[in-house]
Design a protein around this ligand. Structure first.
Ligand SMILES: [Zn+2]
Ligand SMILES: [Zn+2]
Length: 328
């Protein structure tokens, strides 16, 4: 009975945070011995199939595939509805997409894939992004990967997820508003400025190529967090070019190699921050980026209560370790 409940987004009046209540997702934790992604034919009908960088129709040839999530956070058929509990607490129900991007090899995480195969993965992200942004109820598209149990991966087989949201979360709202304010004062993009300052300062830069800079942020959320940002101003991931996809694949691999060496193959998460889908007005001041987080520290009482991480290694030293591929 409990499992029939719909997914709801609930709003916290005290903090402006949103929380997603999705009881059906609990079903996904039922353990099976067989890997569902090794048996891709037994899964939901594929949305997109790639073979060595090219789109194909034959599932037998797959090297990367996009499939709908069997246990989606949102039900696609749901309509957007706002309700108030006792005319007080706000909750929203909404339709939404939840897709999985699977790479073929069970035992090959991204770090072991060739640059060409990582390019293929990023091309899948982009192709789905281009499609999903067109739906009315899609305000934001989150693309992310959880690698390892500590990072929340419920399957060992490497896979990423694409999830659409009907609203803009608190953190993104704050980034949008700060970036807008900076643009109005300085007539330039805040992230472009941050990227330039990092390049000039050098000490927090981990790796760069012609198109991207990867650095440990000045005030990160977690130890060894790395931000990867395009050097050329661009608000949305959908604007990525073929050449940039190749550069981004190279930088993904570089960062993950460094994590493996310096942090001894940690669990990690990475996610995309891109402009909200129907906010054309932010194209001058929003700047997309990826954030990588190795899961090496645990949140304790202080971090949760004060919402502030205590970093035991300076971001400058974190970057130095990653740059030199030197074990911590
Ligand atoms: Zn598998
Ligand atoms: Zn910019």
């Amino acid at each position: 009975m409990y499992m029939n409940k719909k997914t709801e987004l609930r709003y916290d009046l005290l903090t402006n945070d949103w929380v997603i209540v999705a009881p059906k997702r609990k079903l996904r934790l039922k353990k099976t011995n067989d890997c569902p992604f090794c048996n891709i034919e037994g899964q939901e009908k594929p949305i997109l199939i790639f073979n060595q960088g090219k789109k194909v129709n034959d599932l037998k040839k797959w090297t990367t595939v996009v499939i709908p999530n069997k246990y989606p956070v949102f039900n696609l058929k749901e309509k957007i509805k706002e309700k108030k509990e006792n005319k007080f607490h706000l909750k929203i129900t909404s339709g939404g997409f939840h897709e999985i991007v699977v790479t073929k090899e069970h035992n090959k995480p991204i770090v072991q894939l060739s640059i060409k195969r990582i390019q293929e993965l990023i091309s899948c992200y982009k192709e789905r992004y281009d499609e999903l942004k067109n739906y009315d109820f899609v305000k934001y598209i989150l693309i992310f990967q959880n690698h390892g149990k500590e990072a929340g991966a419920s399957q060992d087989h490497p896979h990423s997820q694409i999830l659409t949201s009907p609203l803009i979360d608190k953190e993104l709202s704050i980034i949008l508003s700060n970036s807008k304010e900076y643009f109005e004062k300085n007539n330039s993009c805040l992230q472009c400025k941050i990227n330039k300052e990092e390049k000039k300062f050098k000490k927090r830069v981990v790796f760069e190529n012609n198109d991207f800079i990867a650095f440990c942020p000045f005030a990160p959320k977690f130890l060894f967090q790395v931000t990867i940002s395009p050097k050329k101003h661009s608000a949305s991931f959908e604007e990525i070019t073929e050449k940039q996809i190749k550069s981004l694949a190279e930088i993904f691999k570089e960062i993950l190699i460094r994590y493996n060496i310096v942090l001894d193959k940690p669990a990690y998460n990475f996610y995309l921050h891109s402009a909200p889908c129907k906010e054309g007005s932010c194209s001058a001041y929003f700047h997309w980026y990826w954030n990588f987080f190795p899961r090496i520290s645990k949140l304790a009482g202080f971090e949760m209560g004060a919402n502030m991480e205590i970093l035991t290694i300076t971001p400058e030293d974190q970057a130095m370790f990653l740059r030199k591929k030197k074990h911590v």
